[in-house]
Design a protein around this ligand. Structure first.
Ligand code: ATP
Ligand code: MG
Length: 416
């Protein structure tokens, strides 16, 4: 019997010794050498045909899981019932899935059973034709059972088979459709589009973790504006966000730079939608999109700063402007504001630049600290924090420039 192939560099701390593609091809070659079919499958084939660099390379094979275990040493089952195995190869992890055909879907998420099948059946169970392609790892030949190449070259997103049935099987596919249509700038086939609109409300039943994951992926891409437009146009916003459908201006989303945090996009979207649905709360979005505490805090901070910039900035004293400008979410808030008030943003940036050039900059070290004051005999208490803040404000205003002055000011204030 043949010995399993070992991953000679299994240590995860080491850098991978080959590219993800090289690892996938090497793994597929070994499977083929044992007499099975093995193809590169799905997203990686699509991305390569589009001239993009795939992030991950998956393999679909006729070899059942027990054969994969015999061939490779570093194998971990992740969905053995579905025939999905993870093969460790030279510091890389390659997903290897046995060709399968999905049984009935009862819960709008997963098939009740799967049956190992041939390559054609495996292509048919996938969601969109552009995702149903295979490529022979050694010859490079594209194996296409679903007319995916034609749709790719015409930039058409089309469900494989009956669109309504496909979208009912896994309700997340409506959001996946948005992501692919936006990211690859595709026209959506009309039957597929109709089925998406019909199935939109069913998104309610999908786990918030999966919905949040799709939004993260969509919004991290510069094509997020189209994604938002499709979400609102197809009525996916209501079930995704647990609020009523609203078609906003998207002006703030449109004005964002290419690279921004997820929380920044959410803040922009929230304000773009606010005119029609002002009643939503951060808590609802947090739960609906499964946001982390850090993400929702960042989103709320951006919203708070944008609101201050809109209504109070012009009347704020220098110290308050410096405090605001040194908050971590300040630059994100400006990005959100840019789409609706570019001149105002430029003006604020100029002022902040000017303030940053003053001695000490926007956030100088305080001239006196809490422990300085305690050492001088001040008693910690509610007034103590106010006193420290006031002293620091005077420093930011440039009215106090030395430690001696700061201490004298603190004494004088304390007596009042
Ligand atoms: P990405 O570029 O984001 O990785 P992808 O298409 O590669 O997109 P994956 O989640 O990596 O998506 O899945 C790989 C392949 O598995 C897809 O191309 C598709 O063929 C199939 N697939 C994934 N999720 C689904 C789904 N929910 N329904 C049907 N097929 C799916
Ligand atoms: Mg992928």
């Amino acid at each position: 019997m043949n010995k399993p192939e070992s991953d000679s560099q299994e240590s995860s701390s080491r850098l991978p010794a080959c590219s993800a593609r090289e690892a996938a091809v090497a793994v597929a070659r070994l499977i083929i050498e044992r007499g099975f079919i093995a193809y590169l499958a799905g997203g990686c084939v699509r991305d390569e045909i589009l001239g993009l660099s795939p992030t991950d390379f998956d393999i679909a094979t006729s070899a059942p899981p027990d054969e994969i275990i015999k061939i490779f040493r570093g194998v971990r089952g992740v969905g053995e019932a579905f025939g999905v195995m993870l093969v460790h190869w030279k510091g890389r992890i390659i997903e290897v899935a046995t060709f399968r055909s999905d049984g009935e879907y009862h819960d709008g998420r997963r098939p009740s059973d799967v049956r190992f099948a041939n390559a054609n059946e495996d292509a048919q169970r996938r969601d969109f034709t552009i995702n149903g392609l295979f490529r022979h790892p050694l010859t490079g030949e594209v194996v296409d059972f679903v007319d995916g190449q034609k749709d790719l070259s015409n930039r058409i997103l089309r469900a494989i088979g009956d669109p309504s049935a496909r979208l009912r099987e896994d309700r997340l596919r409506t959001l996946r459709a948005v992501r692919f249509a936006a990211r690859f700038e595709m026209t959506v086939d009309s039957a597929t589009e109709q089925a998406i609109c019909d199935a939109a409300r069913d998104l309610c039943g999908v786990s918030r973790e999966r919905i949040g994951g799709e939004f993260r992926r969509m919004f991290s891409h510069p094509t997020r504006l189209r994604a938002v437009q499709l979400i609102e146009q197809w009525g996916l916003d209501a079930p995704a966000l647990n609020e009523s459908n609203s078609i906003g201006s998207c002006a703030r989303i449109a004005g964002l730079p290419r690279e921004v945090s997820f929380a920044t996009v959410l803040a922009a979207w929230r304000l773009d939608r606010a005119t029609r649905s002002p009643d939503h709360t951060s808590q609802v979005w947090r739960e609906s999109l499964n946001l982390s505490g850090i993400e929702s805090k960042e989103m709320m901070e951006i919203l708070e700063i944008v609101s201050t910039l809109g209504s109070q900035w012009d009347n704020l004293p220098k110290s308050a402007r410096k405090r605001l400008a040194s908050r971590s979410a300040f630059s994100s808030a400006l990005k959100v504001l840019f789409g609706v008030a570019p001149d105002r943003v430029r003006g604020i940036q100029k002022t902040v630049e000017h303030l940053a050039n003053e001695s000490g900059g926007l956030a100088p070290q305080p001239l006196v600290s809490g422990s300085d004051l305690i050492a001088l005999g001040f008693e910690p208490g509610p007034r103590f924090k106010v006193l420290l803040d006031r002293t620091y404000d005077c420093q930011l205003e440039g009215e106090i420039t030395s430690k001696e002055q700061a201490i004298a000011f603190a004494h004088q204030e304390w007596k009042r």
